[in-house]
Design a protein. Structure first.
Length: 358
């Protein structure tokens, strides 16, 4: 089932209990505590990873080499009592290398030859797609079906993947030789694109101390597959007011070039804007973030806090923006600054009224 077919607004007749809030908050704290044994800092990255996990989304991590992107994902997988596989993407990787393939075998009982499907590394709950932009489009397309439909097709047969199923991918932004840029359609399947930044001075000092000493921290399991599925159901029960939905819609629809109500700076800096999946992911992420912060409802602050990881890979800056050094994050930052978050101001803004009437 495609993500677009899921209800993201929650069921109003279902009420979030304090027990549900505590369950999610406790899971987050325990996972963060276990990951902290090997990961120093990067609290925001870990939070966004877990938000995508609990929201049933996939996550793309981008950062220069040596920032523990792969270690972070493998450490997260260790806190989950679920199957895990790592795929090192290379230019010679073929679709069958990740999906699996049919092999011809002899049936010992009948003596006849028949095809038997051998599962590939995608048949796990958590899949680390390391350096995802180093594999050619054909293999990326096979991964795209798995991410969107939670299934893979081999010949005329469809094979369902495990549930839950997450793709956590990494890519390096500075070394582009021998790489294949991810198509916009595939980037759109990632709930978040998370930037992994350099650590602070104190964090890097602690990293140096930990990694050069004789210590071996063991990460313990916190959640299993049943726990994760239950948390995902809790997330979808969180109510969202019409005002918060309108705020998310206003942010996304303003990124669409030359549409009614689009700000001048968007028309000047962007060549393409975000689609409906951005609104879905803002609302789902907002629900999870609200629960992590102990709230039973979503606020506009939850939406604006996740605007950058949701939108940065769904908007395309043009030559004019690039020549001025304007990044997608700067566009999103200004968008938040110029979009009223209070209910009365949002609906009464003359420019935004054009968006709501479109």
């Amino acid at each position: 089932m495609s993500e677009a077919n899921h209800d993201v607004t929650g069921s109003p007749e279902l009420e979030i209990t304090q027990e549900s809030i505590n369950k999610l908050s406790s899971a987050y704290q325990q996972i963060h505590e276990q990951m902290s044994k090997v990961i120093v800092g990067q609290d925001q990255v870990i939070e966004q990873l877990l938000i995508s996990l609990f929201s049933r989304g996939h996550c793309l991590l981008e950062g220069v080499p040596g920032l523990a992107k792969t270690l972070m994902i493998s450490s997260l997988a260790q806190t989950l009592s679920m199957s895990f596989s790592r795929i090192q993407f290379t230019p010679d990787l073929m679709p069958a290398d990740i999906t699996g393939t049919d092999v011809l075998q002899e049936n010992r009982e009948t003596g006849e030859r028949e095809f038997r499907f051998i599962q590939g590394p995608l048949f796990h709950n958590v899949v680390l797609a390391d350096e995802i932009n180093r594999t050619p489009p054909k293999t990326q397309a096979a991964l795209l079906e798995a991410m969107q439909e939670h299934q893979i097709s081999v010949g005329q047969t469809r094979h369902l993947l495990s549930d839950p199923f997450f793709v956590l991918a990494t890519q390096n932004p500075i070394e582009q030789e021998g790489t294949y840029s991810l198509p916009e359609a595939q980037q759109d399947r990632f709930m978040f694109k998370v930037y992994v930044r350099y650590p602070s001075f104190q964090e890097e000092r602690e990293i140096a101390r930990k990694t050069t000493s004789d210590t071996n921290q063991k990460i313990e399991h916190v959640l299993n597959a049943v726990d994760v599925l239950e948390i995902q159901k809790i997330v979808r029960q969180v109510p969202v007011s019409d005002h918060v939905i309108d705020y998310a819609l206003a942010l996304v629809r303003q990124t669409r070039v030359n549409e009614p109500g689009t700000p001048d700076f968007i028309n000047e800096w962007l060549s393409w804007g975000a689609g409906p999946r951005a609104v879905q992911n803002l609302l789902l992420g907002g629900k999870t973030r609200a629960l992590l912060n102990g709230h039973a409802h979503v606020s506009t602050e939850d939406i604006s806090a996740l605007a950058a990881p949701v939108l940065r890979h769904r908007i395309v800056t043009n030559f004019s923006a690039e020549s001025e050094g304007i990044t997608s994050d700067r566009v999103i930052e200004r968008l938040i600054e110029e979009t009223p978050s209070k209910e009365g101001e949002l609906t009464s803004d003359p420019r935004l009224q054009k968006i709501f009437a479109a």
